[in-house]
Ligand binder design. Structure first.
Ligand code: GFB
Length: 312
């Protein structure tokens, strides 16, 4: 990407989109285009078409999506499948029709089969049944991946697809009903310490394993691939290391300085038992993450403290 190319970051207020904007600005990209939800509803096909006809972005980072943790996914499957299908279909098609030179689509590690062989290679997509708690979201994301592949094959459209592992960082969602586990645990331990609560409740058994990537590393990988990768094959983005939810809870306890007890609410779902990405394709291209989990959790907790009123 030339520094004066017109770059549209869809979803710039979210966890991923805001990290992309921070990074693009830091790297000197002069012409960033962003639109808030009030300015442009990406589920509205006519509005998206009009925006692309008027703006003609050269590059598109498609970071707009309806996302959430295990409870939100499980409770609102219709919202997750509808909004994601609409947003991605509208943006990918309008980008192609209006001369976008390259589009980057973000999927998710939950698109892979629930019991995929670990670490999960890109080629195990569609080889087995999905995890039920996030099936609707996963099916929408799989459709996005396949749409990018189809537009490349039939129209020669340069769309690349990344599958990020579980992400965290500044501008994450800290709402306990809709957030992912890492921000939820930081908030729970923080509030328990403040209120001198003797226990913190962690959902599930604590045994599932997850991999966590700081969103600034994801933004780094996205720019790296936007600038150097033009193939149809999707690319996993992760660290190659995972830990149990119990271990993550201990880390959150240390980071927040909480000294009480952890109890597990096994009436809550565990979700996929393990979700560790095989990152050899990305590492083979020369990319590596830079932010370790403890360090990333520490800085995310500091961000939460500085933005607590707005974040909760
Ligand atoms: O991050 P999370 O909500 O999503 O949950 P998934 C990960 C694990 O943490 C599950 C446990 O086993 C949860 O039961 N957990 C423990 C908690 N305490 C909590 C808590 O207080 N809040 C939350 N949220 N979890 C999501 C998918 O799956 O991963 C999405 O639903 C997306 O589609 C995302 O792919 C990356 O990792 O299970």
């Amino acid at each position: 990407m030339d520094k004066d190319a017109l770059v549209f970051v869809a979803g710039h207020r979210g966890l991923v989109g805001s990290a992309l904007v921070r990074r693009l600005e830091r790297d000197g990209y002069q012409k960033l285009v962003t639109r808030s939800r009030q300015e442009l509803d990406l589920t509205d096909q006519l509005a998206v078409d009009r925006f692309f006809r008027e703006t003609h972005p050269d590059y598109v980072f498609l970071a707009a999506a309806r996302v959430g943790g295990i409870l939100a996914n499980d409770s609102f499957p219709a919202d997750f499948i509808r909004d994601n299908l609409l947003i991605q279909t509208n943006v990918i098609d309008a980008a192609y029709r209006n001369g976008t030179r390259k589009l980057l689509f973000l999927g998710s590690s939950c698109i892979y089969p629930r019991l995929a062989e670990q670490p999960i290679r890109e080629d195990c997509l569609l080889t087995g049944p999905l995890e039920k708690t996030n099936e609707a979201y996963a099916v929408a994301k799989i459709a996005g991946v396949k749409m990018c592949e189809a537009y490349r094959r039939q129209y020669g459209f340069n769309a690349i697809t990344l599958q990020p592992t579980n992400l965290y960082g500044p501008n994450d969602n800290f709402d306990l009903n809709s957030s992912h586990v890492l921000p939820a645990l930081l908030r729970k331990f923080h509030e328990a310490r403040q209120q001198s609560n003797p226990q913190v409740v962690v959902w599930g058994t604590g045994k599932p394993r997850r991999e966590f990537l700081h969103v600034d590393d994801l933004a780094d990988a996205a720019l790296f691939l936007m600038n150097s990768y033009d193939a149809a094959e999707m690319v996993n983005v992760g660290t190659g290391e995972d830990l149990t939810i119990g271990e993550l809870a201990n880390l959150a306890r240390e980071v927040t300085g909480y000294s009480g007890e952890i109890v597990y609410d096994t009436s809550r779902p565990d979700g996929t038992p393990r979700k560790l990405l095989d990152v050899s394709r990305l590492f083979g291209l020369g990319w590596r993450p830079k932010i370790g989990l403890r360090e990333g959790m520490q800085s995310t907790y500091e961000w939460f403290l500085a933005n607590e009123t707005a974040a909760v």
